[in-house]
Design a protein around this ligand. Structure first.
Ligand SMILES: [Zn+2]
Length: 411
């Protein structure tokens, strides 16, 4: 077998591992197997040179030809598996729950490899659970991912430094009536059917939560960070990816219910601005439940664009401005007569004339939109139809602005 020389950049002290590789090949030759390919050797050399630490973790070097026999996809996977096994060995006897920062929980584990707090099979019916949790919060320790489903935590008083961290906690069906949860971080928590009646959730983080059928009546919700997405949004994304339209529809119906409840709660509490926001989100979800190419859905989208379902006066102003500008452009290219004749486009205009005439057109458009009609300029031909439509749209737009603005102010 002819062996090519190894590339000169290999330092002598690194030859040991190269020898290992050669021995491996000889071993294969002895057993009548194909020698390690040059491609594999090159790849190995690259890893060896630039990622020495990761190669060190590799207990055995597996040639590419044998990867299929060992049922591993590639050397990277096998190395990862090895590292995982090593970590698991080190962690024997400790909780296997991995937090968002990729660190493991430091509590002692039971037979399920999870600690008391992270094991969903351990019932939290001990009367001291509330006391333990309060002590935990006082020490400022994280409650991330705690499984507290169906726990009776009425009147729980969590007083952590800068708010308690309870991200991804499972609190479904938990009773938290009148609980003091000021500044708590419940990002990604499961609050399905949780009872949070009269709870103090001021300054809490509730983004990414599942709030389906959760009771929030009379709860204090000042300065709550709701985020732009709830748990249902993630599930919709997953179901969409998996191609399950029925499931998507079902989750959207759930989301609509969540928004409706939040709107009602905020209205009861006098937080009308938030109530308006949730009302808008509810309408958007309702629109997405309509058939894709239907008049109903198109109209709904148009109403959203123009006025944000009469919740956003700024959208009325912006859409009015857009209409005024578009009509001005139309007037520029059609026939509108001013005191000095035609005010639109004529060939051979200088830049200053362009600006002046476009300004005249915008002026005419504003006068038409607001139905002022001074009469100093008159449309002709097709411009008449555009002006009539714009005047009608203007009257409609202004009354819409009044309604939207008044609705927001007088709530
Ligand atoms: Zn744990």
């Amino acid at each position: 077998m002819a062996w090519g020389p190894y590339p000169p950049q290999f330092a002598p002290q690194r030859r040991d591992t190269i020898k290992q590789l050669i021995n491996h090949d000889f071993d294969h030759q002895r057993r009548g197997l194909r020698r390690t390919s040059w491609a594999f050797q090159g790849r190995f050399a690259f890893r060896f040179l630039f990622r020495f630490r990761s190669v060190k973790n590799c207990e055995t070097i597996v040639p590419r030809s044998r990867l299929n026999d060992l049922n591993v996809v590639g050397i990277k996977t096998s190395r990862l598996e090895l590292m995982k096994q090593q970590k698991a060995k080190q962690k024997l006897g400790f909780c296997h729950y991995r937090k968002r920062d990729h660190r493991f929980c430091k509590e002692e584990a039971g037979p399920s490899n999870l600690c008391y707090w992270h094991d969903p099979d351990q019932a939290k019916d001990n009367p001291k659970v509330k006391e333990w949790l309060e002590g935990w919060a006082k020490l400022g320790r994280s409650m991330e991912g705690f499984a507290l489903s169906r726990a009776d935590l009425d009147g729980l008083h969590l007083l952590g430094h800068g708010g308690c961290d309870a991200r991804d906690a499972d609190l479904n069906h938990a009773s938290l009536k009148g609980a003091h949860l000021f500044h708590i971080n419940l990002d990604g928590a499961n609050l399905f059917k949780a009872d949070l009646g009269q709870a103090n959730l001021n300054n809490a983080v509730l983004s990414g939560t599942d709030l389906l059928r959760a009771n929030l009546s009379e709860a204090k919700l000042d300065h709550v960070k709701w985020g732009s997405k709830f748990k249902q949004d993630q599930r919709i994304k997953q179901a969409n990816k998996a191609g399950k339209p029925e499931e998507v529809r079902q989750i959207r119906e759930e989301l609509e219910e969540v928004y409706r409840h939040l709107k009602q709660v905020h209205e009861q509490n006098g937080h009308f601005l938030m109530a308006g926001q949730f009302s808008h989100r509810e309408m958007v979800v309702r629109r997405k439940l309509m058939p894709l190419f239907s008049v109903q859905r198109f109209t709904s989208k148009l109403v959203d664009l123009i006025s944000g379902y009469s919740e956003k006066p700024s959208r009325v102003v912006l859409s009015s401005m857009a209409v005024i500008f578009m009509c001005a452009v139309v007037y520029f290219f059609t026939d509108v007569q001013g005191a000095q004749g035609h005010i639109g486009y004529t060939p051979g205009l200088s830049l200053s004339q362009w600006v002046e005439r476009l300004g005249d057109c915008i002026y005419f458009s504003v006068v038409t939109f607001t139905t002022l009609g001074y009469g100093d300029m008159t449309p002709r031909g097709w411009a008449k139809a555009v002006a009539a439509t714009e005047a009608f749209g203007g009257a409609f737009g202004m009354s819409l602005f009044v309604v939207t603005f008044a609705k927001r102010m007088t709530r």
